[in-house]
Design a protein around this ligand. Structure first.
Ligand SMILES: [Fe+2]
Length: 308
């Protein structure tokens, strides 16, 4: 009996050790999406999300610094950058080379509020609300750092950005997880004169994904889920921490507008698409109170948009 208890304990400690290691096993992933008209220049988008940087995260900061070697053309940052009030200068320094490139960002709840300890079981509750009374983070300092480098603030904004010879039509919302999204203020059908249209959001709540899909964006970029963070090999994540189905929890998916959620496809203009590409980043960091990952490596993703 004692033998099996000791074996269980050893197995548990081994799994914990592995999960702590995997949370720092930073990796990159690349894929190509053919969404541009023929004979257009390709565009390499580096998607960063959920960095959750602490001031002493030197390994993570060094790895972020190395991402310039991927030679991206454009950076999309989908929020949750910091986990400590003193992390902003460290983050801006780690991203300093990437900040010389064109980019755009939205914020997540962990740009506004610091992490607090949660009951581990609350992790399994679907769409758990963010904890109130968390300490405020210096999001203004973070926004100024990104803005002064030239990155476009997409928190409830719709902009057109020229990158090389391509015109990007790009719409973003502030974080739906803490009810800061105001898509109705910035909604409009994607500009057909643009080469590509992008939607950007931190937490991929369906109300935002459906609205962006109905407006005809080509690709939606999101974060927040951490890919579930703890995944079962062969099954995937248990939760997404929002109302998104777990099959979309990380990676590239074909997202289809859901008519039973209030959208009537028959009412949508004929020239609008009812599905789009959705890329959900598994993120780079974790809450400092849960620095573990299982079967869900931290990732930066390079998405190359090319012609049909
Ligand atoms: Fe996050």
């Amino acid at each position: 009996m004692l033998g099996s208890s000791a074996l269980l304990l050893a197995g548990g400690l081994g799994l914990l050790g592995y999960s702590l290691w995997e949370a720092q096993a930073y990796s990159t992933r690349e894929f190509t999406l053919r969404v541009l008209e023929p004979e257009r220049e390709s565009l390499k988008i580096l998607h960063l999300s959920d960095i959750h940087l602490m001031p002493n995260d030197h390994k993570r900061a060094d790895w972020l610094r190395s991402l310039i070697d991927l030679k991206p053309d454009f950076i999309v940052n989908t929020g949750d950058n910091i986990s400590h009030p003193d992390a902003v200068p460290v983050l801006l320094d780690a991203l300093s080379d990437l900040l010389t490139l064109p980019g755009a960002f939205v914020f997540g709840s962990n740009d506004y509020y610091g992490p607090v300890f949660k009951n581990p079981l609350s992790y399994l509750r679907k769409g758990a609300a963010p904890i109130k009374h968390a300490p405020e983070l210096p999001w203004g300092q973070l926004r100024n750092g990104f803005n002064s480098a030239g990155w476009t603030d997409l928190n409830n904004a719709h902009e057109q950005i020229k990158v090389g010879s391509l015109l990007l039509d790009i719409v973003g919302v502030d974080d739906p997880h803490i009810h800061r999204d105001r898509y109705e203020d910035v909604a409009q059908h994607a500009d057909t004169n643009a080469d590509v249209s992008l939607g950007v959001v931190h937490a991929p709540y369906r109300r935002v994904l459906d609205a962006m899909t109905a407006d005809g964006v080509d690709l939606i970029l999101a974060g927040h889920t951490h890919g579930g963070q703890i995944c079962l090999p062969g099954y995937g994540t248990l939760i997404t921490n929002c109302d998104l189905d777990r099959r979309y929890a990380k990676g590239l998916s074909a997202y289809t507008l859901t008519p039973d959620d209030g959208w009537d496809v028959d009412d949508v203009d004929e020239d609008l698409v009812a599905s789009t590409w959705l890329h959900v980043s598994p993120g780079i960091g974790t809450s400092p109170y849960a620095p573990i990952r299982l079967a869900c490596r931290p990732e930066a993703i390079l998405i190359t948009l090319t012609s049909h």
